[in-house]
Write a protein that binds this ligand. Structure first.
Ligand SMILES: [Fe+2]
Ligand SMILES: [Fe+2]
Length: 659
């Protein structure tokens, strides 16, 4: 093994190269030891971290390292044989590894000036952002750390450094060119020497960049993850197998990488092996998004790359077919267009797996396009479904029994937005009986943490965190109350423009909108005992004062009803205008956060705005017929506990609270 050297170089370069050669020789010996046996050879420098993925090294929920930190085992990671060695299988959903030590300790251990991350990996499926090993944060302008991973069907190496020209908190996402074959082993290696990033696949240089220079810029807080792309608001676990991962604080030379690959290259020629226990199936069964008078979207996610089409028609004898589009051949969106308004349709999703003759079919679903302004319609409202599929599943079945046209979700769909499992196995799984038949219109709660999964699974008008839609004679304005909503904010100004345009149309006699509704997560008015001032220790502000500026717009433009969540209980105000309760005009504010999250309760002091308050899981059903609106609230037993009737012409408000 002879490193390739340039013939012309300075004395200092010569010294560095000699050191490098020594290091490379020592690393080669070390790696040779690693790949031959499960223990380490100690002739060379110790790696900063080394893990062999074999059940023999698992003790309870801990994977013992060969060097460096032990890893916490998340989910189930069965061991599989690869010749005489072993590897571990990750399910792409729950299972991966995180360093057990706190970030401060991990940060001190990770290389600063140069790094080599070497891995043997076999991917069953790929993602837009996938991780083999990650220690980073990628949040808006703050991009720090590094990730060895994959992007769609090629490997990738992302890095942020402190270099003079590029210490701007931006990562370079270097992508390779070798196509990833599902189920096939690859030797994937990332190298950075202070000036050049390299990505090596199966002993060959696959990509190179000189965009970054200087020491690695690490985040203030992060987790070292193996088998996942993991930062504070994203978690993309790997689906496939891990053989080994080693991290060095040296930049490996080409000859060493070639040698390291050569030693175990027989793995590359092994036949592809996918998870035999996994059937080809829907990860997320077909569900509906964004119905208009003439269109709707059908979405689904699969556990294997596939082609998806949707057959549909006004009866189950389908008359039309549309092919879905997909960013990654896993998540699919079919846009059904040129439909008739307020018309019922039946549909079925057809999935063809690549390389297979047979296909799978989704259950027969139905939907209807949006109603015309004169036609009565109805919808359900259910917030804070988070982390409780048993409850939200039951409530959504009650809701479906009432045959709503659609569902509004005022945020906190899941308990932890970056955790894919919660979307796949909790939210979408339990809500599917409703969601394959009616579209849902969500807003972001604090628990979504603005995670990419929200934007991945929703297909809403840009920018998706706020949007509006018309259904029948009602306009709905959907806002993100995690972001700014003060008078200077983008959302406030957008809403003001929308409401003003609506008023202009009303004055001109060209509006077909009778009702105006808004939904966002944090409640403007709430009597909760501890979220807005602890009532036992001090006074409540009676709601989220950061959100309160929005109410000026509601007063000025006569918003009819506001639906909030966040507080996991039920509350309905009297009509409120200019901060005062009114008998015959104003906006009704409702908290409908009883979709599943752990219950909260009202404080002991009744605020004057309060009409009805109740602790318990629930959903709300709203029926609109011209200038009449009926609102009914149901508990977890399906029992009616609150009703409101609004008659628009005279603004007469009738309400009944039942025991
Ligand atoms: Fe919540
Ligand atoms: Fe919340």
């Amino acid at each position: 093994m002879t490193p390739l050297l340039n013939s012309k170089r300075s004395c200092s370069q010569e010294r560095k190269l000699k050191m490098s050669i020594r290091c490379v020789n020592r690393i080669a010996i070390l790696f040779f030891g690693l790949t031959c046996v499960s223990g380490l050879a100690h002739e060379g420098p110790d790696p900063k971290a080394c893990w062999l993925f074999d059940g023999a090294f698992v003790d309870g929920k801990s994977l013992k390292s060969q060097a460096g930190p032990n890893l916490e085992v998340l989910g189930s990671v069965p061991t599989e044989k690869v010749g005489k060695l072993n590897c571990m299988r990750l399910d792409g959903n729950e299972s991966f590894f995180v360093a057990q030590d706190a970030w401060d300790k991990i940060r001190n251990l990770l290389p600063s000036s140069s790094i080599t991350v070497s891995s043997w990996v076999s991917l069953d499926s790929t993602l837009e952002n996938g991780g083999i090993v990650s220690a980073f944060q990628d949040n808006g302008d703050a991009e720090t750390g590094w990730v060895l991973g994959y992007n769609q069907n090629v490997f990738s190496f992302a890095l942020s450094t402190r270099g003079a020209d590029d210490g701007d908190g931006k990562m370079t996402y270097l992508t390779g060119k070798t196509a990833i074959e599902p189920g096939k082993w690859c030797h994937v290696c990332a190298v950075y020497d202070g000036t050049t990033m390299q990505l090596w696949v199966n002993g060959q240089l696959d990509g190179e960049s000189t965009e970054q220079s200087g020491n690695i810029l690490y985040p203030k807080d992060a987790r070292l993850a193996v088998g996942a792309y993991l930062d504070s608001n994203e978690s993309f676990p790997l689906e496939g197998r891990l053989g080994q991962v080693v991290i060095y604080d040296l930049a490996a030379k080409p000859a060493w990488i070639a040698h390291d690959f050569e030693h175990q290259k027989h793995w590359v020629s092994l036949p592809a092996k996918l998870d035999s226990s996994k059937e080809f199936e829907f990860l997320i069964k077909p569900y509906l998004q964004f119905a208009t008078k003439d269109s709707i979207k059908v979405m689904c996610e699969l556990n294997r790359p596939a082609k998806v089409s949707v057959k549909y028609g006004e009866t189950s004898k389908f008359t039309d077919t549309v092919v879905a589009v997909s960013p990654d051949r896993l998540l699919h969106t079919a846009s059904l267009e040129n439909l008739k308004p307020e018309t019922g349709y039946y549909y079925q999703v057809i999935v063809e797996e690549e390389g297979r003759e047979d296909n799978i079919r989704g259950e027969l679903g139905s939907f209807q396009t949006a109603s015309l302004p004169r036609t009565p319609f109805a919808f359900a409202v259910m917030g804070d479904t988070q982390g409780n599929p048993a409850v939200n599943g039951k409530l959504s079945q009650y809701a479906w029994a009432l045959r709503p046209n659609f569902l509004i979700i005022p945020g906190d769909l899941v308990d932890d937005g970056p955790v894919k499992n919660q979307w796949v196995n909790e939210f979408f799984a339990s809500m599917n009986p409703l969601m394959r038949r009616v579209p849902f219109y969500p807003v972001l709660g604090n628990h979504e943490r603005n995670a990419d999964f929200y934007y991945r699974y929703m297909d809403l008008p840009a920018p998706e965190y706020y949007y509006s839609f018309q259904y029948g004679n009602a306009m709905f304005f959907m806002l993100d109350s995690n972001k700014k909503v003060d008078e200077e904010s983008e959302q406030y100004q957008w809403l003001e423009k929308q409401l003003q345009a609506l008023e202009d149309r009303e004055k001109a006699g060209t509006s077909d909108v009778t009702w105006k509704f808004v939904s966002y997560h944090h409640p403007s008015y709430s009597s909760d005992e501890d979220d807005y001032g602890n009532l036992w220790k001090g006074k409540s502000t009676w709601g989220d004062m950061r959100i309160r500026p929005l109410t000026k717009l509601f007063d000025r433009y006569a918003m009819d009803v506001v639906w909030n969540g966040h507080i996991h209980s039920y509350e309905r105000t009297w009509p409120i205008i200019n901060g005062n309760v009114s008998e015959d005009s104003g906006t009704i504010y409702m908290i409908t956060g009883g979709g599943g999250g752990g219950l909260e309760q009202a404080g002991p002091i009744r605020p004057p705005f309060q009409n009805n308050v109740r602790r318990g899981h629930h959903f709300v059903f709203v029926a609109v017929n011209g200038s009449t609106l009926e609102l009914k609230s149901f508990d977890l037993e399906g029992k009616l506990f609150d009703t409101v009737t609004l008659k628009k012409a005279s603004r007469v408000v009738e309400s009944t609270s039942l025991p």
